[in-house]
Design a protein around this ligand. Structure first.
Ligand SMILES: Nc1ncnc2c1ncn2[C@@H]1O[C@H](COP(=O)(O)OP(=O)(O)OP(=O)(O)O)[C@@H](O)[C@H]1O
Ligand SMILES: [Mg+2]
Length: 456
């Protein structure tokens, strides 16, 4: 539902416009002067402004200039009396969408509103298209692990099934979510992302489901939630395991009943949304420890997709490095020809643990691209820019153990071995345990025994 802001000093005009626009299905908020209008704009996601050019305090033209400066894409329709038609023309020159004369012709007003909102929609769609064409990465890789991911994306895109994407930091979970949306029949609908970890517990409900005017202090107008914004498209619940148990219960209810209510509202809404969720946490572990609801997990986990860490698919490293080298070469404009990695540099990259996965690789390549002037990146340069993160504990020597008793030596070895393996697997417990062929509970007790630090 679009939100229209009416700025007019005449109460009569405000109330007429309010009623007509509400009847047409718009949400409407009103301000009696420019200053109040600008304040409301800051606090509300307004889609269209109707502005009287003749205003007390701050003149309409100044208000228009300010709006166009702060929100260049927001359309403004100007109302003018017969006596100040010159100002209306000036307003259009300054970027107003159109003007309408008093006495107001309702048909003309509604047509102009519809056209302005349509233009805004097109503009948004255009930005989204551009973003998907130029900014996003393709999913690069030929390894069996990434092939499975691509296959799962293809299968799940064909249906409306819920998808749960698991994987460590920076492995490409968001990229996978966007790709599912792009390949699905909802591709022309919105892709709405919610970072559950970033929203305070007290606001999550209003963020997801929206609120009615006056639902709580600060709710000055009705507001759409993410579920509503994603209508006809996909809703990506990122970092889902960071959501509080209370919020989890609410999301579960929406999934079960297919209905939700705005905070402070009664009317149940039904939206057509495809859910895609992701987390970098060990979800089984979160369930065991009571931090994640098992019933919600089963609901979301219809199609599970596990994105492998970079260490698990080192054979993709040359392809990925090459892709990013090309990407940053053309992006920066400084060096036309993409740099290459020497054999030595490639070996350094292979030996590295990549706790930050693809994101870390991407950042690393961007960094050497800016900082180094070598055409073919040497091993030393690569090592230097990987910096302190370089694994050193991996290279231990038998001499470290020679003064110890057998039992002590075994234990020291076990500790170092586990530390290295955990680091390699990005400190994902179940994954490390899997690689080692032991139970996660067993790995837990060893971590405790040796006081191994789990870094995140
Ligand atoms: N297979 C891939 N090919 C090309 N680029 C990739 C690939 N995987 C990830 N990237 C890029 O790496 C960066 C990190 O990916 P993304 O944000 O999707 O990771 P994430 O798993 O959501 O990370 P986090 O857990 O930190 O949220 C992005 O810039 C993404 O475009
Ligand atoms: Mg992410």
């Amino acid at each position: 539902m679009s939100l229209v802001l009416v700025i007019d000093d005449e109460p009569g005009i405000r109330s007429v416009l309010h009623d007509i626009l509400t009847d047409e299905g718009y949400s409407v908020i009103c301000a009696a002067d420019g200053i109040e209008g600008l304040t409301l704009l800051k606090e509300n996601p307004v889609d269209l402004v109707i502005l009287d050019v003749w205003l007390p305090n701050m003149g309409g033209i100044d208000v228009l200039k300010q709006i166009k400066e702060d929100y260049p894409d927001l359309e403004v329709i100007v109302i003018s009396g017969h006596a100040n038609i010159d100002m209306a023309v000036k307003a259009v020159k300054l970027g107003a969408f159109d003007f309408i004369e008093k006495p107001l012709s309702l048909d003309r007003l509604l047509t102009i509103c519809r056209n302005a909102l349509h233009l805004e929609e097109l503009r948004k769609e255009n930005t989204n298209l551009k973003r998907s064409l130029f900014v996003e990465d393709e999913i690069i890789g030929q390894s069996p692990g990434i092939r499975t991911v691509k296959e799962r994306i293809r299968q799940s895109a064909a249906s409306d099934a819920k998808v749960l994407i698991l994987g460590d930091n920076g492995t490409g979970k968001e990229l996978v979510a966007r790709e599912i949306h792009r390949q699905s029949s909802r591709a022309s609908g919105p892709f709405v992302e919610v970072n559950c970890a970033a929203i305070p517990d007290t606001l999550i409900e209003s963020e997801l489901f929206g609120h009615e005017k006056g639902a709580f202090t600060g709710a000055v107008s009705r507001r759409k939630g993410k579920f509503e914004s994603a209508d006809g498209g996909s809703l990506f619940l990122d970092e889902i395991a960071d959501m509080s148990l209370t919020a989890q219960a609410k999301v579960l209810r929406v999934i079960q009943e297919q209905l939700f209510q705005r905070v402070g509202g009664e009317t149940p809404f039904n939206v057509d949304v495809r859910l895609i969720a992701a987390t970098n946490k060990d979800i089984q572990e979160e369930i065991r420890s009571g931090r994640f609801r098992e019933d919600l997990y089963f609901r979301l986990n219809v199609v599970p997709i596990r994105v492998p860490s970079l260490r698990e698919r080192l054979e993709d490293l040359p392809l990925l490095a090459d892709y990013f080298l090309k990407k940053f070469a053309t992006g920066s404009g400084v060096n036309e020809r993409p740099r290459t990695l020497s054999g030595g540099a490639m070996q350094v990259l292979r030996d590295y643990s990549w706790p930050g996965n693809i994101r870390e690789l991407k950042n690393f390549i961007e960094r050497i691209n800016i900082m180094s002037d070598e055409e073919s990146i040497s091993g030393e340069t690569a090592l230097y820019y990987l910096g302190e993160q370089q694994v050193s504990s991996a290279h231990t020597d038998l001499r470290d153990y020679l003064d110890l008793r057998l039992n002590e030596a075994k234990e020291l070895f076990e500790k170092r071995f586990l530390e290295t393996k955990l680091q390699e697997c990005g400190y994902n417990i179940s994954h490390t345990a899997g690689t080692l062929g032991i139970y996660p509970s067993n790995l837990h007790s060893k971590i405790k025994k040796y006081s191994i630090e789990i870094k995140k």
